[in-house]
Design a protein around this ligand. Structure first.
Ligand SMILES: *Cc1c(COP(=O)(O)O)cnc(C)c1O
Length: 387
């Protein structure tokens, strides 16, 4: 048994990032400014997308993307039940109604044929989630969107570094489309908290840019910098979702490390796969489709609760007893009381998501894990499953 607790995820912040945060703190300019601009520029260049807009979380990015494409009261937005609550909450906050389409219990991604069935005359958008970093079937979803005049907002919180058939996730080709990344501490790169909205749509980019700063036509940097003008117009009642330079200082350094981070994630997944492939107590997720790149944000085996005779929650408690952290991504959305009450969703509605929701667990996966840490996790899982 390990002497120290191994968390399921832990950020890896370099001394350079710490020094650049200190540089911001000492500079007299700590809010949105040149470092946030640089982060947007490098991020857009990395993905090959013309507009990358930094915000203070992916939740903010989803909310702004929906608003920028005019989603609001009376509209329906189709999404997956196997996601973080923010995906549906931001839809609700615009006044629109979230509509769920079930997942494929193997890929854990939304099933395009069920999205097609869920489309009504009120449908305005689809929010696919690239679960764990596995790209969704974008061609099928884009075809449905084209046929029905729908916006697509990709919840790409897990998918930085992933690609679908040679196209990076986050560089959508369609005008009426955006992708949103998260820089929460558990994600593939972090800023503490942060997010990025990526799109080719100039109009949507402009709206996101204005709405993240109160709806003002110019940001503070433009107003207070030596060359700025003090005047601004108020174009919409906006929000306060801008990213600080303090955050961007971390993000700029993290982005330069993304490839090595993701390569290490990939290596760790390979070790788990080699050692746990034949373990009957759990089922590892499959490799991505030929031609796709998975970003392995999380590794989420399904616990075989039927043969083991204990629940996923008990599995998590046993791991905790062995000093190993796990996490639950996610309880299916329709099983939370708010949505059940508000939309009448209930157990039985989305069987694919329910099957997964009862069995899924995230085991430790982060770039700074040592091979010894990985071996400890494997040993703990073997001991628990053999009981
Ligand atoms: C993390 C996450 C979010 C929210 O990201 P924040 O940056 O914490 O707002 C949204 N959707 C999914 C699928 C996530 O994993």
């Amino acid at each position: 048994m390990r002497e120290t607790f191994l968390p399921f995820a832990r950020p890896d912040i370099s001394e350079e990032a710490i020094a650049d945060v200190a540089d911001s703190l000492r500079s007299g300019w700590i809010t949105t400014g040149p470092k946030a601009q640089r982060f947007e520029k490098s991020f857009g260049e990395y993905l090959g997308v013309p507009y990358a807009l930094a915000v203070n979380s992916a939740t903010a990015g989803l909310h702004l993307s929906l608003l920028a494409f005019g989603i609001g009261p009376g509209d329906e937005v189709i999404t997956t039940p196997m996601t973080f609550a923010a995906t549906a909450n931001t839809v609700i906050l615009t006044g629109a109604r979230p509509v769920l389409a079930d997942i494929d219990p193997v890929t854990l991604n939304i099933r395009p044929e069920l999205v097609k069935k869920a489309v009504t005359p009120r449908t305005k958008a689809i929010i696919p989630v690239h679960f764990a970093g596995r790209p969704c079937e974008m061609e099928a979803l884009e075809e449905i969107a084209e046929k029905n005049g729908l916006v697509i907002i990709e919840d790409a919180a897990h998918a930085l570094g992933a690609s679908r058939q040679g196209r990076p996730i986050g560089a959508p080709a369609r005008e009426r489309q955006a992708a949103v990344f998260s820089f929460h501490p558990t994600k593939n790169i972090t800023c503490g908290e942060g997010g990025m909205v990526c799109t080719v749509c100039e109009d949507a980019a402009e709206k996101v840019s204005v709405l993240r700063q109160h709806g003002m036509s110019k940001g503070a940097w433009n107003r207070y910098a030596a060359t700025g003008t003090p005047h601004y117009d108020l174009l919409f009642p906006g929000l306060k979702y801008n990213m600080l330079d303090i955050q961007a200082a971390i993000g700029n350094d993290q982005l330069t490390r993304l490839q090595s981070f993701n390569a290490r994630r990939r290596d760790i997944v390979n070790i788990y796969r080699k050692e746990l492939e034949d373990e009957p107590g759990l089922l590892l997720p499959p490799e991505p489709s030929e031609g796709d790149v998975h970003s392995w944000h999380i590794l989420t085996p399904l616990i075989d609760i039927d043969s083991l005779g204990f629940s996923r929650d008990e599995f998590m408690a046993k791991m905790r007893q062995m000093n190993i952290g796990t996490a639950l991504h996610y309880q299916a959305l329709h099983l939370f009381s708010y949505y059940a009450r508000e939309y009448g969703w209930k157990r039985g509605d989305y069987p694919g998501a329910e099957f997964v929701s009862d069995r899924i667990v995230s085991i430790p996966l982060f770039p700074a894990m040592t091979d010894g840490d990985v071996a400890d996790v494997i040993e703990a899982i073997r001991r628990i499953c053999r009981r």
